[in-house]
Every structure is written in C-alpha cells, then in structure tokens.
Design a binder for this molecule. Structure first.
Ligand code: THU
Length: 136
C-alpha cells in the first residue's frame, strides 16, 4: 500500500534540492517501480537553458540506473501554487516505461491531489518495439 502522505512529505523535503536558479520553479518527482520501490528526482536547470532536466526525467534516470524499467506510478510536486502536470516531453518519457494503467499523481502545496493515467495524459503515444525502427 502506497503511503501518499509520506511520499508527498518526501517530495516537499526534496524541493529545495532542485537546481532552478533561472525559472525559480522547483519540482520534485518520484517514480514507483513494479516492485514498489521509489526513485526520486528534482529538476536540474542549466545556464544553457535547453540542457535543463525536468524532475520526472531525473527520477526516471535514477530508476533505470537501479534496474527499474516498469513504472506503476509517478508522483509530482512543485513550488508553484496549484497542481503541476508533467510537460509533453516527460509524458513521452513516462510512456516509455509505463506499465498497464500507470498513474500520474500530482500534489499541490495546499495538499490537493490530481490523478490521471498516462494514457489520459498522452493518448495515442508513440511506441516502438525494440529493433522495429531498423526493420522498416
Ligand atoms: N519542470 C519539471 O521539472 N517538471 C514538469 O513537469 C514541468 C516543468 C521544470 C522545468 C524547469 O526547470 C522548470 O520546471 C520551469 O519550467
């Protein structure tokens, strides 16, 4: 059973670790693998703006590094008021590793929660079978 309030508290604790001197927007994310383990990440901006990394991408990178490639849930929190949903690029990154019914759960600083499946956030997402691109 996932302890939502403990995860939200950990995301809030990590927000100040975000490297966000340019936008000032701190984001923290966690991804939960099929084995229930959680992997965390924060956004890491760069003076060369396009080189910046979203929190979701950081968390996915941490998960894959630990051998986790099937995600059942993604959690997002930010310093902005209200709910923040993953950007388009991160929806595609989540889609790559999402297991059936994978959910994105977003929490606001006020404690509100939003919940959508990745299929709802990215209908008809792009997918390739391994090696498929080389066969066409
Ligand atoms: N950002 C994330 O880390 N995740 C999101 O889902 C949306 C945006 C970051 C990117 C950038 O560092 C800052 O928030 C402002 O766009």
């Amino acid at each position: 059973m996932t302890d939502m309030s403990a995860i939200a508290a950990e995301l809030r604790r990590l927000l100040p670790h975000a490297h966000a001197p340019y936008s000032g927007v701190q984001v923290a994310a966690a991804v939960e693998g099929a084995d229930g383990r959680l992997h965390y990440g924060v956004n890491v901006e760069n003076a060369a703006y396009p080189q910046g990394l979203c929190a979701e991408a950081s968390a996915i990178s941490a998960a894959v590094t630990q051998g986790t490639t099937e995600l059942r849930r993604v959690y997002v929190a930010s310093s902005l008021p209200g709910l923040v949903w993953p950007c388009g690029g991160c929806r595609q990154k989540i889609f790559e590793f999402a297991s059936e019914g994978c959910e994105v759960v977003t929490v606001s600083p006020q404690g509100d929660t939003g919940r959508q499946t990745i299929e709802q956030l990215l209908p008809l997402g792009f997918r390739l079978e391994p090696g498929e691109g080389r066969r066409v």
